[in-house]
Design a protein around this ligand. Structure first.
Ligand code: PLP
Ligand code: COI
Length: 354
């Protein structure tokens, strides 16, 4: 569908591209030339524009800074081997952003603004989409309540912004994770399924403690009994146990990850048995001990497929077998990378071409 969205364009005089070391990209520290902006006021979206990437001018009374009415998304634009620019399943991110907005009592962000804003920004900054294997242009749409008011109620006004950054790997090596049994990220009835900033703030303390103990990440368990495995702080978690691909079901307490969803689709397509069900920590530890847990890995936009090398529980570390060429996680990872590099056909219509 051709969009008729009217976007005012303010472009920069000189690109910052020449200052970027594309050979040594880390994650999320360098930003492309432009950003997309839209304001919600008096019940409608207006001031829709692309501007040079710049700081925001915000009131100290901006209600989001106090009460956290803020949501975000994460996508990646890739450059195929032929040089085209593609984005992985942005329609899914647009949909999830709407769900997050609904849960957080925020303005509905129309799919056209989300998709066309992203398309126009990436088209304009397309030279920022790196070519090298393992790199991409990470796209960060986000929205926050912009009322200047410190009474507690949902904001009447909102700001929606999309910016982008060329990135390398989020995790450079297999991750060591710890099963969290004291702190809680989300509970049933809470906001764990919304991609809202408070969920990330809430996970920092326990993650810091785990980092101090030598772990890279936490696996959260259910908030009631700490009995069932849920997800990690930045990705969903999947296991291969006895040949079956097992992962926690989506619901109130975990993010309905697009990478997770795509990997489960591939698993079913390739004939694996898939179980989206509660996996108890006891069952997992037993499987790690008796060797039936063959694979453990994280899945997310930033992390892509992140192999887990060991899982800590109650002070003991359980090693996870290293992935081999025949591992499911390796095959799924290769499929996703080959897809966005244009090396494999887009059989499920997951690519959006700029
Ligand atoms: N869970 C959390 C808490 C995340 O932050 C992410 C990353 O976006 C994911 C899961 C994976 O979601 P997706 O695959 O849509 O990026
Ligand atoms: C993503 O994978 O897109 C995320 O939002 C995770 C974030 C912590 C980088």
């Amino acid at each position: 569908m051709v969009s008729t969205l009217d976007i005012e364009m303010q472009t920069i005089a000189e690109s910052g591209l020449k200052n970027v070391d594309f050979q040594n990209l880390s994650f999320g520290k360098v930003f492309s030339d432009h950003a997309f902006l839209a304001k919600y006021k008096d019940g409608e979206w207006k001031d829709i524009k692309i501007v040079p990437y710049q700081n925001l001018n915000l009131s100290p009374a901006l209600m989001t800074l106090h009460y956290g009415q803020s949501i975000f998304e994460g996508m990646k634009a890739h450059r195929t081997e032929k040089g085209e620019v593609v984005i992985f399943r942005p329609d899914q991110n647009a949909m999830r952003m709407q769900k997050s907005a609904h849960r957080m009592c925020m303005a509905h962000i129309p799919e056209e603004i989300f998709i066309e804003g992203m398309r126009k920004l990436v088209e304009l900054d397309q030279l920022w989409v790196p070519q090298q294997e393992g790199t991409s242009l990470y796209i960060r749409p986000f929205m926050f309540g912009s009322d200047e008011f410190i009474g507690m109620h949902p904001s009447d006004e909102y700001t929606f912004i999309i910016f982008a950054c060329p990135v390398g790997a989020y995790y450079g090596k297999p991750v060591r994770v710890k099963i969290e049994t004291e702190y809680v990220r989300a509970v049933e009835g809470g906001v764990g399924a919304a991609k809202t900033s408070g969920n990330y703030a809430a996970s920092m303390y326990a993650t810091r403690l785990a980092n101090q103990q030598g772990y890279d990440q936490i696996i959260w368990t259910d908030g009631k009994e700490h009995k069932y495995v849920e997800e990690a702080g930045t990705m969903n978690i999947l296991f291969k146990i006895n040949g079956k691909i097992i992962t926690a079901p989506t619901g109130d307490t975990i993010l309905d990850g697009i990478t997770r969803k795509s990997i489960l689709h591939l698993a079913k397509h390739w004939g694996y048995e898939v179980e989206e069900r509660k996996l108890s920590v006891n069952e997992l530890v037993e499987a790690l001990e008796n060797g039936t847990c063959e694979e453990a890995f994280g899945a997310g936009t930033a992390a892509v497929v992140a192999p887990i090398s060991s899982i800590g529980y109650m002070g003991k570390d359980y090693p996870v077998p290293a992935l081999t060429e025949n591992s499911f996680a390796k095959k799924a990872h290769k499929y996703l990378i080959d897809l966005v590099k244009g090396r494999t056909a887009d059989e499920f219509g997951w690519l959006y071409y700029i």
